[in-house]
Ligand binder design. Sequence first.
Ligand SMILES: N[C@@H](CCC(=O)N[C@@H](CS)C(=O)NCC(=O)O)C(=O)O
Length: 269
Amino acid sequence: MKGGTNKLLVPDWKQDVINLVIFPRSGCIVNISPFAVKLETWLRFNKLPYRAVSNEFTKLSTRGQLPFIEVNGRQFGDSNLIMENLIATYHLSIDRSLNSRERAEARLLTILIEESIFRVIAYQRSLDISWMATEKGVIRHFTGIKKFAFQKFIIKKLQKNYKNTVHIQGIGRKTVQEVEDMAKQDLSILSFYLGDKPYFFGTKPTSVDATAFGQLVTITDTPLANPGIKSFMEHSTPNLVEFVHRIKQTFWPDWESLCSTLALNGPEL
Ligand SMILES: N[C@@H](CCC(=O)N[C@@H](CS)C(=O)NCC(=O)O)C(=O)O
């Protein structure tokens, strides 16, 4: 792999095993970060050997974000750059069948999903993030004083971070109704584009499917401050809900067990 830095969380790495650094599992979704869900799904699409590693809620990449990977002694951050890098390094066939027009569309869809739909999710979290401090979230990782601190202080700090981020980005200055309308528009476009195809570009998953899954499963499976977005998705864009089920069934047979046990990896690893 090209680039990367030497600062490692897993110093005893094994050749060609991808250490995927993510937040600890949560009770209602395999990761509270939609980008972590995306990247782990993408690794599964490509059957790449990986090991999920907890960031223990503290460690971030040298870019200051999650997810990141460590492979063969180097760290790489940013899900889209990681995917590009892995495609080039391992000569992966994913996305190879896309023609120039589809590649352009994949880029447009990625921007819609990550620059608009993700902002809608961040906005919801800026209004109410209390679920993260419950069984649906990550509270089972804490006991005693740490549990108290998480429920009382850290969750407030997390919400404040979201508030600051969405304010600076701009969506935080919109009303709840304006953001709901924006979400409905975006979901309708995605739904229209997916149509009755199993995946965005046909019968085989491509990178954009992992990108869409990461954000859409966050809408279907985690509590949102405005429940109107979830019910719009259920009633008006059912093909997106089916898409989420399809990816879970095909690539995440262990979804329920990871969420109930909070294990990072299945027993085979
Ligand atoms: N462009 C990045 C976005 C990742 C991202 O926004 N990660 C969030 C978690 S969902 C994060 O690390 N936030 C920590 C922070 O900004 O301090 C990617 O695709 O990996």
